[in-house]
Design a protein around this ligand. Structure first.
Ligand code: DC
Length: 218
């Protein structure tokens, strides 16, 4: 069975998706990694305003390998890792995500990859456009202030420079762009279970998700 977990940046959706995939021993597909990988390659080439052709060409050079431990993305055989998680790459990923032909191809690639398989699929549109028929969908969210706080703490813990106000501004801009793209706008699926994590720990959220899963399977 396909379980989708969507939500905005820094909502805690990745933590829940990863833990759930490990618990169920099924592959975990982190869809944002593909947008980030293309964003990263564009940034390395100094391209600020990508178009469908260029993004599609880069997509054809990527390999995606989901497993219960996480999603691996390789470019020309080389594994891409922490370089994908910078703010600059996130910003470019969100630009690439507005390209309609590119999105369609990405979604097709995901469907092909998981054909006939069970998996946890995490992203922005897993339950709306990639797998609209998934039997169980979650939408994990939190207030922009709480999400900015989490991102800030994460950066500080990694020993990086961080400015809370700047992070909050970037999160709000990214939300705005993701929500208002003319095609495939970012929103919860009508049949998704919405969980607001603003006042919740990751453990509580996982428990809630597992409860829903038990209900759905019984
Ligand atoms: O989840 P993330 O922060 O790694 O995603 C990076 C960007 O990619 C984000 O701005 C939105 C975009 N994205 C998307 O449009 N659709 C997805 N399924 C996953 C990510």
């Amino acid at each position: 069975m396909i379980i989708t977990i969507d939500g905005p940046a820094a909502s805690g959706k990745s933590t829940v998706a990863k833990r759930l995939a490990q618990e169920l021993k099924v592959p975990y597909l982190e869809t944002g990694l593909i947008y980030r990988a293309v964003g990263y390659l564009l940034s390395a080439k100094g391209v600020q305003n990508p178009d469908d052709e260029r993004a599609l060409r880069l997509l054809s050079e990527l390999e995606i390998e989901p497993s219960p431990e996480g999603t691996k993305v390789l470019w020309k055989g080389k594994k891409l890792g922490s370089e994908l998680y910078t703010e600059e790459v996130g910003r470019l990923a969100s630009r690439v995500a507005t390209l309609p032909r590119f999105r369609e191809k990405v979604n097709e690639t995901f469907r092909e990859l998981l054909k006939g398989k069970s998996a946890v699929v995490e992203g922005r549109d897993a339950g709306t456009y990639i797998f609209p028929d998934a039997p169980l969908k979650f939408f994990i969210t939190a207030s922009p202030q709480e999400r900015a706080k989490r991102r800030y703490r994460q950066l500080v813990n990694q020993g990086k420079d961080a400015d809370y106000e700047e992070i909050l501004k970037a999160i709000m801009e990214r939300d705005e762009r993701d929500r208002n793209r003319p095609k495939y706008p970012f929103r919860p699926a009508p049949d998704a279970v919405v969980i607001d994590t603003t006042h919740k720990e990751a453990e509580e959220v996982l428990e809630e998700v597992l409860e829903r899963l038990n209900e759905a399977s019984s």
